[in-house]
Design a protein around this ligand. Structure first.
Ligand code: NOJ
Length: 537
């Protein structure tokens, strides 16, 4: 595997998130499995052309939160396969030049984890302090007003010992106590377990929840009730999360994790799940000496209006706000958010593909977005997401439905009559096989963009500069490396837009409008309505 441009590998990577339950089922259970992912590795490398896969959790779990409630950090859920299957997956991926990043969930376990069983057994249990236990207030009320993201108090009373335990998410997901050194050591050992098997890094779940105010002060109310995240979070938005998120001590944890991943050759990557929209604050997650997370996730594009000014403001803000040497990343889809194609529509999905794969930073793609999977309608009787069962408008089921590979029965995903979540309505026409056969499909656009990115150093590692003298509803930027210049132009309007490109001569290498590809460009271009084009000198 190449270390192109002498940069850490993750800076030139394209990450693709696989949600294992929904990628490919080889057992007929209706739920995807590791063998299914192995069978599709060549799609990822040879057909699509990504180089890094992030696997959402596949560990033993009662599945209260579909694997983000881990009951054994160092094994594979039998529904997904075995550790041997994982090793085969990793070996095959590495043979194909594909890196594997696994999801690491350090902020909480399942309440079925043996550690929690021991911890809750008695106040004097040797593992009592591995979780966060507090006495009730004198009137029996919870210790403070902190809320669970998934609804209700963050504190659950436990009759056995008369104390409350804390849970930032479901009550089935008790928070681990990161202020307790033996717990810290155990979790760093979990990282080593997977690193020793050969994984290339971690997506680290919910890192802002790991350390909170040691004095456990009440959060103030949120005066406008408006969410501070990129999506509304229901009742959780009624407070300002001043004391229950991201105490500054968290940065020492990142440094400890970094010391673990840097001890491997080549160094491994941490992609921490961080919901922070101020680029300067986001920058602190890389560490003062770039010794923190390799990358904190950047959700900025999720909540910006899909306009030239909105998108440019996010990118320029990040470029200006991140510390020198901190490498950006961009995404527009994941297993927690409404599908990209539903949010942005057909034309927006095509523009998004161009944007994500040409900005300065690591793109993170979500499975199925390359074919424009829509948010699926999941009838109430088939709801799975516990969050969505409690608050249907927050359900994440619609973005987690099975990948349609073909128009064959079960969409080439499963032989079961009913997969765990229904297929999207349009799977017979919108699937991988059908899109491979259509030159203008979104999938083929992704393939052309990924191929161009691989062969074009400015796109992987070049500088970024926006062009100012362009129409208001166009976002145009350059990427330059070793005197080679690439220009990217996105027309957000439904009218043609002339854009002058001083001193530029080249050709349209890839466009959302394939007919434009190959045409010569000299000092100006007229972008078609909604067109996004990559111009190469
Ligand atoms: C963030 C994950 O992305 C989400 O799916 C999960 O429910 C929470 N963390 C809790 O682990």
């Amino acid at each position: 595997m190449s270390r192109s441009d002498d940069r850490p590998w993750w800076q030139t990577a394209v990450v693709y998130q696989v949600y294992p339950r929904s990628f490919r089922d080889t057992t007929g259970s209706g739920i995807g499995d590791l063998q299914g992912i192995i069978e599709k590795l060549e799609y990822l490398t040879g057909v699509l052309g990504v180089d890094t896969v992030w696997l959402s959790p596949f560990y033993p779990s009662p599945m209260a939160d579909f694997g983000y409630d881990v009951s054994d950090y160092c094994d594979v859920h039998p529904m997904f396969g075995t550790l041997d299957d994982f090793d085969r997956l990793l070996a095959r991926a590495h043979t194909l030049g594909l890196r594997i990043v696994v999801d690491f969930v350090p902020s909480h376990t399942s309440d079925r984890h043996p550690w929690f069983a021991e911890s809750r057994a008695s106040r004097t249990s040797p593992r009592r302090d591995w979780y966060v236990w507090r006495d009730p207030k004198p009137d029996g009320a919870p210790p403070n007003n902190w809320l669970s993201v998934f609804g209700g108090s963050a504190w659950e009373p436990d009759e056995r010992t008369g104390q409350y335990y804390r849970h930032s998410f479901l009550r089935e997901q008790p928070d681990l106590n990161w202020r307790h050194p033996p717990l810290r050591a155990a979790l760093l050992d979990v990282m080593r377990f997977w690193l020793d098997r050969g994984v290339d890094g971690f997506r680290v779940d919910a890192v802002q929840f790991m350390l909170k105010d040691p004095a456990e002060r009440d959060n103030p109310p949120n005066p406008d009730g408006e969410g501070r995240a990129h999506q509304p979070l229901g009742a959780y938005d009624s407070q300002l999360h001043v004391y229950d998120l991201a105490h500054p001590d968290i940065h020492q944890v990142f440094r400890d994790m970094r010391a673990v991943t840097d001890a491997y050759d080549p160094p491994r990557m941490t992609l921490g799940e961080v919901h922070v929209y101020d680029p300067v604050e986001l920058g602190t997650y890389y560490g003062a000496a770039l010794d923190g997370l390799s990358m904190p996730t950047n959700f900025g594009l999720f909540r910006t209006p899909w306009t030239a000014a909105g998108v440019r403001a996010v990118v320029d803000g990040l470029e200006a706000g991140l510390p020198s040497g901190a490498w950006p990343n961009y995404s527009l889809g994941n297993h927690d958010d409404r599908r990209l194609a539903t949010r942005l529509g057909e034309a927006g999905s095509r523009q998004a593909a161009v944007l994500l794969l040409t900005l300065r930073g690591t793109p993170i793609l979500y499975y199925g977005d390359e074919i424009g999977m829509r948010e699926a309608a999941v009838p109430p009787s088939r709801r799975q997401d516990p969050w969505g069962i409690a608050a249907p408008e927050l359900s994440r089921d619609g973005c987690r439905t099975p990948m349609p590979w073909s128009a064959a029965p079960g969409a080439g995903f499963t032989s079961a009559a009913d997969p765990w979540l229904p297929l999207g309505d349009d799977w017979k026409t919108r699937n991988v096989e059908s899109q491979l056969g259509e030159p203008d499909s979104l999938l083929n656009l992704h393939r052309r963009l990924l191929a161009l990115r691989r062969e074009t150093p400015p796109l992987r590692a070049g500088s970024y500069r926006p062009l100012d003298a362009v129409p208001d509803d166009c976002f145009v930027f350059s990427r330059i490396r070793a005197r080679q210049r690439v220009l990217v132009g996105i027309n957000f309007s439904s009218e043609p837009r002339p854009v002058s490109l001083p001193g530029f001569t080249g050709r349209v290498a890839v466009s959302t409008h394939r007919a434009a590809e190959g045409s010569a460009v000299g000092r100006a271009i007229t972008l078609r309505p909604h067109e996004a084009a990559v111009l190469v000198e």
